[in-house]
Design a protein around this ligand. Sequence first.
Ligand code: SF4
Ligand code: NI
Ligand code: CU1
Length: 721
Amino acid sequence: MLITMSLERGLKAMLINRIFNGNDAVYGLTVGAIDAAIAEHGADKAVGFPDTAYCLPCYYAVTGVKVKTLGDLKEAVGVVKTLMTRNHELDDALMSGVATALCAEFIEALKYIDGAAPYAEPCYGHLSDAIIRTLGVPLVTGDIPGVAVILGSAPTAQEGVDLIKSYQAQGILVALVGGIIDQCEELGYKTGAGLRVVPLGKDVTSVIHIVSVAIRAALIFGNVTPGDAGALLAYTAQRVPAFVNAFKPIDDVILAAGAGAIKLGFPVISNETENIAEVPGALIQQLDTAAMNATSLEARGIKIKVTNIDIPVAFASAFEGEIIRRGDMQVEFDGSRVDCFELVQSKELSEIEDHKIEVIGPEIDEFEVGSKHSIGYVVEVAGKNMQADFESVIERKFHSYINCIEGVMHTGQRDMIRVRISKDAYAAGFRAKHIGEVLYAKIKNEYDAIVDKCQVKIYTNPEDCTKLRHELAVETFNKRDERLNSLTDEAVDVYYSCILCQAFSPSHVCVVTPERLGLCGAVSWLDAKATNELDPNGPCQVITKERVIDERTGAYEDVNEAVKKFSQGAVEQVTLYSIMEDPMTSCGCFECICGIEPFSNGVIIANREYAGVTPLGMTFPELASMTGGGVQTPGFMGHGKHFIASKKFMKAEGGIERIVWMPKELKETVADRLNKTAFELYGIENFTDMIGDETIAEDPETLLAFLTEKGHPALGMDPMM
Ligand code: SF4
Ligand code: NI
Ligand code: CU1
């Protein structure tokens, strides 16, 4: 007993020493690299990562200081030294881990000097702010239940790939560092952000690029003040469900980096047994690669929701972004060429036989390889709480459901769909009827409070598809569109709150109205209504709208009360239609951001995909960093794309007439609807022709000249501030 205790103590002391050693080694390398860079480029040389508003994000988050030049970097490395105390306590060792991580960030930043692109296929290196924002919704909905970081080489390539696959099947985002990347290449295993497997780089320092994601999440969504290291560490530990799988050999440097991960709250699971001690809950041994998944999820407390679907291929969100090329497809259903549609219809309970799945017409065995066909699938649902309004909510999920099938690709919606089935999926036994199995299983699983019974009819005869498309589907779509057009804020009795994003942004509340969807673009008023029906005490709750304070700005006592309650008092009042007076807060996952352009009295809008600069002299990430974390920032507002054409878009400040600039692509996406609104509200034809874009102006002077030439209405409006 005594012997084992002293043995343990000895091991722990050695572990701490090894972490210090690793930290010292990395620190020495970093100082050397910075000095060499200064000797070569001078201390004024700019340094930083592309497509982020946070300079060197990890260092900025920990210290509150933005490093912009090599001279700043030299100072920063001096600050890092102060984190490296050596009292032979575990906590000092973990802090040394943080110092190691910051050094890794510096080394990686140096790789990007002079706008270099240091990473080549398949590696990603630094990940942009925009990527982090896209992760917001899938992380809060549990669609991505966790983040796995795999480091080093698995005992065999096959075991490594199997481990990755096991995470993919659970929807877990996987980041790869070092030898595991070669192992994927060796077996021809496909990687990429779309597949949720992101090779970062082969050097151990590249692990910082995923740490940077976790840390920026705290800044973007969490409203953590840069420099508040305590709040930062609490945020990553509580809200970022990440963990590390580190394969042996674990040298001192890797161990030091692992200590940094542990300090952030991410457990490290390893198959190393030499010269290492377990730290309960933080550094865990697992010798069996096949068991690493389960050990990791248990250590990080990640629960996976399983839906059992009876199909011969895999089903996981990791396959959602999979692309099936023409040469790899067995058959294709192509709504742009032949009649295709997908439809949800509500029926009476008595009309439905639960789990009945019929293929009416030939199965795909009867189709030639590579041929194009019609398909129409009608999903009939019934339930005591089902409403016709929920048909479209459920139907819109089909895209994601069908895409999650391994070897099946789905694009579009309604009667403009395309479905491809790969040769591999066909060879594994996948048939049209399995589309029905997937839709049935997912609907019954996710909409259990609404759908009591569900049956699926899959039509593959061209005559049936043509007839049903026109007589049933298009009819239904037209009716739904009429209903949507009549759904105005005035026409409904209640709005809904959405607090899904509080998992990341603890004080953020979206107020969702028919004419203003959630800023993520994923939650419309109908979606919120359905979510409320599924779980009345869940993320979307009813907000009445009886006590109006100001019609113009869209201020209601009821809304304020709700926002105050759901933000735990952090936000006292919001308006629905103003960006200047108590604007709604942003969490961080907004599709677009608009901001005041003072020279024209207007606003510019930038979308997440836009990579260039705006006439405000800022890029999307820079603009986006002005708002987020559930705080109000008058003059800047995150919003959904769909909101741009709304009659309620900053109505208090004069509405869409204020829009003076948008990236070209966004402008084209919203043109039809925006022009329609401009005509209805102000009688302006082709309003988008008056709006600038990056091909017209990237600076305020050129923009102003363009707006003047076009006679843009914003120029004649009152200044906004
Ligand atoms: Fe998050 Fe708002 Fe979207 Fe809800 S509606 S998921 S709170 S951004
Ligand atoms: Ni797919
Ligand atoms: Cu969000």
